[in-house]
Design a protein around this ligand. Sequence first.
Ligand SMILES: Nc1ncnc2c1ncn2[C@@H]1O[C@H](COP(=O)(O)OP(=O)(O)OP(=O)(O)O)[C@@H](O)[C@H]1O
Length: 386
Amino acid sequence: MGESLVETVKQALRSVRDPAGGRDLVEAGLIQGLTARDGLVQFAIAVPRERAREMEPLRLAAERAAAAVPGVLSVTAVLTSHREPQGPRPGGAGRAGPAAPPPPAHGHAPRAPHAPAGQGAMLLPEVRRIVAVASGKGGVGKSTTAVNLAVALAGQGLSVGLLDADIYGPSLPQMLGTAEKPRTEGQRIIPLRRWGLQAMSIGFLVDAETPMIWRGPMVMGALEQMMGQVAWGALDVMVVDMPPGTGDAQLTMSQRVPLAGAVIVSTPQDVALLDARRGVRMFEKVQVPVLGLIENMSYWCCPNCGHRSDVFGHGGARAEATKLGVEFLGELPLKLEIRELADAGTPIVAARPESEEAAAYRRIAARLWDKLQGAAAAKGPRIVVE
Ligand SMILES: Nc1ncnc2c1ncn2[C@@H]1O[C@H](COP(=O)(O)OP(=O)(O)OP(=O)(O)O)[C@@H](O)[C@H]1O
């Protein structure tokens, strides 16, 4: 089905002509990375950087042509452009970056005042505050922290969205305890409702067994789709569970949504702290304020006697936060119950609201919300296209 859908979409794209050369997009070799899974079609249109602005109508025409193909539920087309690398950029060298999409063709002003120069309207205009939960390396408990903070924020009476921006290793389906497929209404995907949150993850759209082989531009396409084509509605806050590291997703997020700030999760070990430092620097580089550092697995709580031991030399993240000049937002113990409940799809804040750990998440969430209230939305960074 995927194969034949790719072919049919390709045929449909032959109806769209590049006005410059007169050839169709496929013939001109401009279509890259065309994929079709579960009716979800994604591709990139490779354009010379200097033509990015005039190519927007073409991108829209290509999206429309693909969307008209029977069996296609939604389409994301992105413009990409290559340039010889002139130096390092956050996210790693040598990969294709997104061409700066031009302003909307209909001539409306961009929705967000902080849309970067040369970029289109920012996504998620109805969300008051967007916060990225990030870590410099994997496995430090970033997703567990993001989910519990989101549930705690919802517990304060806020309308909360939770977006899993980890395209390669989505963890929300497991952590929220659902593998339900979201409904669609026309071209819009309806987010799932769980634990008082609205949630979306690529894991809800694609089968767990499907290998996540996405190229850089495809990652951005999938992410943009989860922001732009999901009916999030008006939210007080959106918590974004970022993929580990400092790659394309970080860049896409900082370019395409007005991030109010980022929270970095780290464990107390030196190596994780070094990575946390890299994470902080990455966000600073793209002018997204770092709202604070959270120390996860800060100390170990014995499930039998409750005895506390500082297995990793507790307190490293607090010291690191001071050094980096960012706020230390709080600490969470390494506790079996946190893992068991997370793995069972019942976040501890929802399942054991009376526990000390749930209280710790709520304290951090309350402080975070205070900071978000005051945080000026980030100014958009300038785009670097390689
Ligand atoms: N405070 C904690 N106490 C005990 N277990 C925890 C704690 N935080 C996270 N875990 C467990 O550690 C594992 C990794 O957590 P999680 O998936 O949240 O990390 P991550 O940083 O998001 O990882 P990835 O980089 O793979 O996205 C999970 O099994 C989770 O349940």
